[in-house]
Design a protein around this ligand. Structure first.
Ligand SMILES: [Zn+2]
Length: 622
């Protein structure tokens, strides 16, 4: 502001005849609004007399961050008590916004508007989350606030804050945006500020999944383990005919069971409908009690196994007609959805995992049925449009002709031995934007990133942030996002981190790696000397550029955690590769002990930050 004024004055002095220039500069000055001057608030935050809890949160978040930016105290005032015509930030469904042409009834539940007139700024939106999203977009896009991780944010400091005239609006591309698991200290706030779907009243949340759980619900709708066993004794024909016998997994009678149900059985179907009817009633009451939206979905899910479906004549008739087992599951889901269509606005979301991923040939889903398609076949380092991923792409294409509500269950980590995350470096950052764009073009209504491993997932901080941003808007510029994060979060090391990501991509491409969600350790073909050694050097350089900034150092070291892990897991292989190339082991450029010490320290630092003692003792112990 001050620099610009000086520039305007200089131009006026130097170019007395260039009246156009001066007028334009002055017009620009007048087009800016002053929010604070030298630490004094010049605007009030005005909220409708009748406002909702999330609108109150929106006004509070706005004042908290305006204070952080400017140092000034911004008061929140009710519109009914705001009598003067001094400049104001009108937050929520105010009479002022209505007088200025905002039609609230037309706004979707997450739709937001940020606009200004001569003196005032209007931030508003649909109920329940629109206004809150408007505030977050204003803070992020216009004032430069960033919520990088649940524990870290950047807030620009500027005691004299001006802003250009505004006229913006938007809504998330997908209704359902979920990352399992953000986790740790500050996760709830981060999820809300990142516009992820959540169920917290003050952030205008929604019950995401009603009923007994959010996945693998086939048995949990029937009840607890002992109830499932009792039902099996009393109604064996509700359970799948496998190898000529009606079967129940003798070890697990829950979502982990290796058996499903006889989905064509009419009694079972009626029983299921009654069970869900009970949950619908309970969930509505629960939502009303908490002041949040009733469920978005009921998960009509298979148990978590490869097959386990019934082979009785009636079930097989449907399977044969549809040339896919998914036809059987869809017919079951359609039956439930049709029976309960007048009792809930929720979508009955059928899961398609493993043998169900392939779509049926003839059937269509009813309008209140959606499909949650797991991706257990893709090479995770490439987008779905890559030639390695034709099977998953064909599944999406097929299902998009059957339902207009597709959620993808995507894997951002790998599973391996004993179901532990493998946590080795792998380049999937570049897949998020093209995949979500593909989903948007194929009846997508949601994305679920399976992304636990809260401490040691590969480049976790960056990946979670990208996932949240692109789930809201898949058409954002991926390169710009990566630059924004790496410069903002890693400071001077940003360049080196980007070089590392590029190196990781190049190495995986060259190594022709194929990494499904469940790869063997040998599938990481590129974790050789040619990649690991320069990558380690790159991180050494990155650490040097930071200098004496312990907080930045911790962030960079957390980014290299999976590389350090790769080195430690593969030290022997890397050293013998080194020797095979005719080189002396004593010249091997990386000191294993140093890596081990760093790895342990990084782990401790990350644990300390994400799971502070007292509140997260269980997570710390793990
Ligand atoms: Zn059957």
């Amino acid at each position: 502001m001050r620099n610009k004024l000086i520039l305007t004055i200089c131009l006026t002095a130097l170019l007395p005849v260039a009246g156009v220039w001066t007028a334009q500069a002055l017009a620009e000055e007048q087009a800016r609004m002053t929010i604070s001057d030298n630490g004094n608030a010049l605007m009030k935050v005005v909220i409708a007399a009748e406002h909702t809890l999330p609108e109150k949160t929106a006004a509070e978040e706005l004042t908290v961050y305006l204070k952080k930016i400017t140092g000034a105290d911004f008061q929140i005032q009710k519109e009914s008590e705001f009598k003067d015509d001094s400049p104001a930030l009108y937050v929520g469904q105010t009479a002022y916004a209505r007088r200025n042409g905002v039609g609230f009834t037309r706004l979707g539940d997450e739709e937001w508007i940020v606009k200004s007139d001569k003196n005032n700024i209007i931030i508003t939106g649909g109920h329940p989350r629109g206004t809150l999203y408007g505030v977050y977009h204003f803070l992020e896009d216009n004032l430069g606030v960033r919520w990088w991780t649940p524990q870290t944010e950047s807030v620009p400091r500027n005691s004299s804050l001006t802003i250009e005239r505004l006229d913006r609006s938007g809504k998330p591309r997908f209704a359902y945006r979920d990352i399992y698991l953000v986790g740790g200290q500050g996760a709830a706030e981060f999820s809300a500020r990142s516009r992820l779907s959540q169920n917290i009243p003050k952030y205008g949340g929604q019950i995401l999944f009603g009923g007994p759980g959010n996945c693998h619900t086939m048995y949990s709708f029937l009840g607890k383990s002992d109830e499932v066993r009792k039902l099996y004794q009393n109604h064996p024909d509700w359970f799948p005919l496998m190898d000529g016998v009606r079967k129940l997994d003798s070890i697990h009678q829950d979502g982990g069971a290796q058996t499903q149900l006889c989905l064509s059985n009419p009694e079972l179907r009626k029983f299921f409908v009654e069970r869900i009817r009970g949950f619908i009633k309970e969930d509505k009451e629960k939502a009303a009690r908490q002041g949040i939206q009733p469920p978005m979905f009921y998960a009509i899910d298979q148990n978590d196994c490869y097959d386990g479906f019934c082979k009785c004549d009636k079930c097989m008739e449907i399977v044969k007609r549809e040339e896919a087992i998914s036809g059987l599951a869809l017919e079951f889901t359609n039956y439930i959805a049709e029976s309960l269509k007048n009792e809930t606005n929720a979508t009955f979301l059928m899961m398609a995992e493993h043998v169900l991923e392939q779509p049926p040939r003839l059937m269509k889903a009813l309008p209140n049925v959606g499909l949650r398609l797991c991706d257990t076949t893709s090479n995770t380092i490439y987008p779905w449009t890559h030639s390695d991923n034709t099977r998953h792409r064909a599944n999406i294409d097929g299902w998009s002709k059957i339902t207009n509500r597709i959620v993808i269950w995507d894997y951002s980590i790998h599973y391996g031995g004993e179901f532990a995350g493998i946590n080795l470096p792998f380049p999937n950052e570049r897949t998020f934007a093209p995949d979500l764009q593909y989903l948007a073009g194929h009846n997508g209504c949601g994305i679920f990133f399976e992304h636990e491993e809260m401490l040691r997932g590969d480049m976790r901080d960056l990946k979670i942030w990208l996932e949240a941003k692109l789930a809201e808007n898949p058409y954002l510029d991926y390169r710009a996002l990566v630059k924004d994060f790496t410069d903002g979060f890693y400071g001077a090391a940003g360049d080196k981190i980007r070089e590392y990501i590029a190196l990781k991509e190049k190495a995986a491409d060259k190594g022709k790696a194929k990494l499904t969600y469940f790869p063997g350790a040998n599938a990481f073909s590129y974790l050789d000397c040619e990649f690991v050694i320069p990558a380690m050097m790159m991180f050494d350089e990155a650490e040097k550029t930071i200098g004496a900034e312990p907080e930045l150092l911790k962030r960079v070291r957390h980014a290299r955690l999976s590389l350090d892990r790769a080195f430690l897991v593969k030290t022997g292989t890397l050293k013998s590769e080194w020797k095979k190339q005719g080189r002396d082991e004593k010249d091997f450029p990386i000191d294993s002990n140093q890596v081990l010490v760093r790895y342990k320290q990084t782990w401790r630092d990350a644990c300390e930050q994400k799971f502070p003692a007292g509140k997260f003792d269980k997570a710390r112990a793990e």
